[in-house]
Structures are given as structure tokens and as C-alpha cells.
Design a protein around this ligand. Structure first.
Ligand code: B12
Ligand code: SF4
Ligand code: SF4
Length: 235
């Protein structure tokens, strides 16, 4: 028998900054690829890797090559930790499946196997902010995420409430005016309710990824301006 504490300690030992466990019943109805993705599993372990706040200090109006590198390195670290935890669970006789940190399966629709943000919220790591990112009390949205699906009966973590309040900093700062400023308690009805996806993807693919030293669909501005996880005033 593998306990929640054991798997969390292992993840931290391997380099994770935050770990949470979601009961997948909290995600009934969520979109996945394939549709049956969650069928063999009852829990998800969500792992977060924090990006240094200094990376975001340097971002003013566009992503920097340094952010592009840390983005890639954090994805690799998360995939590495996830594969080692997957091995640990498999060796203990459980089913386990590590979902890639950053893989868009359908580039036309811009979706992955499952939304790590949604699973991380269900694992009590934070809430979905108006920028449609996972906001954690400690690091704000300066975290990258990944998901490990399992049938190990791990104890799930309690949920956190949405704490955006009346703040609109991400909406005001978005260079594509893509953030609509919608509010919700758990999650928006649809991605379009929260975000003008075409405006965001256009900015990232046409303007930012072509910059020297970038080559990835990154931005960082709606991450940078969020007051959570910084010493500045919180909403
Ligand atoms: C494709 C993709 C993109 C696309 C599309 C973005 C999008 N919002 O979907 C583009 C290229 C535009 C993009 C941009 C960015 N991305 Co991106 N992206 C992804 C990727 C690979 C898949 C996302 C996906 O499947 N979306 C599908 C939609 C439907 O899901 P969603 O946005 O989460 O929203 C819905 C669900 O969450 C649902 N929901 C939530 N809870 C529940 C509960 C129930 C019961 C139900 C039914 C539904 C539900 O409600 C929402 C509305 O329907 C993920 C990695 C992953 N597998 O998660 C990274 C990821 C989301 N990206 C990330 C980041 C950081 C960014 C950027 C900031 C770029 C950057 N790195 O600088 C921007 C932010 C844009 C924004 N404000 O959303 C991080 C987010 C980290 C965090 N702290 O939240 C992720 C998780 C990558 C990672 N490994 O960390 N991205
Ligand atoms: S990633 Fe950039 S363009 Fe997209 S919503 Fe955030 S600030 Fe706006
Ligand atoms: S900047 Fe403000 S509104 Fe946007 S996600 Fe952060 S707390 Fe929420």
C-alpha cells in the first residue's frame, strides 16, 4: 500500500515544488483525449515546478530567451519526475500513466490529453484565475504542471476557493486583450467564456514565437502581473 504522504515526499525529493492529489470524481465531464482516458483511474497526482520570479521580472512586453529556456527545462524536469513516480506506482502493483507536461495533441483546437490546470485545481493546489491559469497561493501562476493518473487509492486534498476577488491586473496587462475578466467559483462554462483564444494564440504564434531565441508559443505577461505569489499587495 502506497500512502499519499509517501508519493508526495518522493515527488518533493525528486524536485517538485508542490504536489496535490485529486479524486477524479471531481472532474466528471471534463474533456479528455481519448474520451476514455480516465476510465482505468480514480486519482491524479499533480506536480508543480515553480519558475523563478526573476524570469518574470525581466519580461516587459514580450517573452525572453531566458524564459524560453526555463520553460523547456521545467517541462523536462516535470516529465522526468512524473516518469519516476509512475515507475514507483507500477512497481507497487498499481496502474499509472504520466501525461506529458506540454503536449498539444490537436493543434487546430489547442488541446492536450487533459487540462493540467483543471486537475491541479481539483487536487487543491490553487484556483483558476481570470487569466485561466492555475493560481497557487505560494507561487501565483509562476508554476508549470503535470499530471500522473493512477488507480492507487491515495487520499485526496481539500479544494481551495477562488481568490481573484476584484483584481483585473491580468486583463489590463494582456497585450492581445484576450482576457475577458469573467468570474466563476470553480471553472468557466467554456474556455471562450474566459479567453479570446484566437487573439491569444495569434499573439503567441505570430508575434512572440518568431522572436530571436524564443521558438515556442510562450508569453508570460498574464503570469508576471498576478499579485499572488509575490510580496506585493494581494487582492
Ligand atoms: C494548448 C495549450 C495552450 C494553447 C491554448 C491555451 C488554453 N487556454 O487552452 C496556447 C498556445 C494559446 C497556450 C497559451 C498559454 N499557455 Co498553455 N497549454 C496548452 C496545453 C498543452 C493544453 C491546454 C488544454 O488542453 N486546454 C483545453 C481547455 C478546454 O482547457 P482549459 O484551458 O484548462 O479550460 C477548461 C477546463 O479547465 C475546464 N474545467 C476546469 N475545471 C473543470 C472541472 C470540470 C468538472 C469540468 C467539466 C471542466 C473543468 O474549464 C475550462 C473551460 O472549459 C497545456 C498543457 C496541459 N495538458 O494542460 C498548457 C498549459 C495550460 N499552458 C500553460 C501556460 C503557462 C501558458 C501561457 C501562459 C504561455 C506561457 N507559457 O507563457 C499561455 C496562457 C494562455 C491562457 N491565458 O490560457 C501552463 C499553465 C500553468 C498554470 N499555472 O496554469 C500549462 C498547463 C502547461 C504546463 N505544463 O504547465 N497554451
Ligand atoms: S498568454 Fe499573453 S496574450 Fe495570452 S492571455 Fe496571457 S497575456 Fe494575453
Ligand atoms: S492577476 Fe488578479 S485577476 Fe488575474 S489571475 Fe491574478 S489575482 Fe486573478
Amino acid at each position: 500500500m502506497f500512502s499519499a504522504l509517501e508519493i508526495k515526499n518522493k515527488a518533493i525529493e525528486l524536485g517538485a515544488d508542490l504536489v496535490g492529489i485529486a479524486d477524479l470524481n471531481r472532474l466528471t465531464g471534463i474533456q479528455t483525449i481519448p474520451e476514455t482516458l480516465l476510465d482505468p483511474y480514480s486519482r491524479a497526482v499533480v506536480i508543480a515546478s515553480a519558475i523563478s520570479p526573476d524570469i518574470f521580472e525581466q519580461i516587459q512586453t514580450e517573452p525572453t530567451p531566458l524564459y524560453a529556456h526555463h520553460y523547456q527545462a521545467a517541462n523536462s524536469l516535470l516529465d522526468h519526475i512524473n516518469l519516476l513516480l509512475q515507475r514507483e506506482l507500477l512497481r507497487n502493483g498499481y496502474q499509472a500513466l504520466a501525461i506529458p507536461a506540454s503536449q498539444a495533441i490537436d493543434k487546430g483546437k489547442w488541446i492536450g490529453h487533459i487540462s493540467h490546470k483543471a486537475v491541479a485545481k481539483a487536487a487543491g493546489l490553487g484556483w483558476l484565475g481570470k487569466n485561466l491559469l492555475l493560481i497557487t497561493p505560494k507561487y501565483g501562476s509562476r508554476v508549470r504542471l503535470t499530471t500522473l493518473l493512477t488507480n492507487a487509492p491515495l487520499e485526496a486534498d481539500p479544494l481551495l476557493p477562488n481568490r481573484c476577488g476584484s483584481c483585473r491586473r491580468c486583463q489590463e496587462a494582456c497585450p492581445a486583450q484576450a482576457i475577458k475578466g469573467t468570474t466563476w467559483e470553480d471553472h468557466p462554462e467554456s474556455r471562450e467564456d474566459a479567453l479570446n483564444l484566437a487573439a491569444c494564440t495569434q499573439k503567441l504564434t505570430s508575434d512572440f514565437s518568431v522572436l530571436p531565441g524564443i521558438g515556442k508559443n510562450i508569453c508570460g505577461i498574464c503570469i508576471k502581473v498576478c499579485p499572488w505569489g509575490t510580496d506585493a499587495n494581494r487582492p
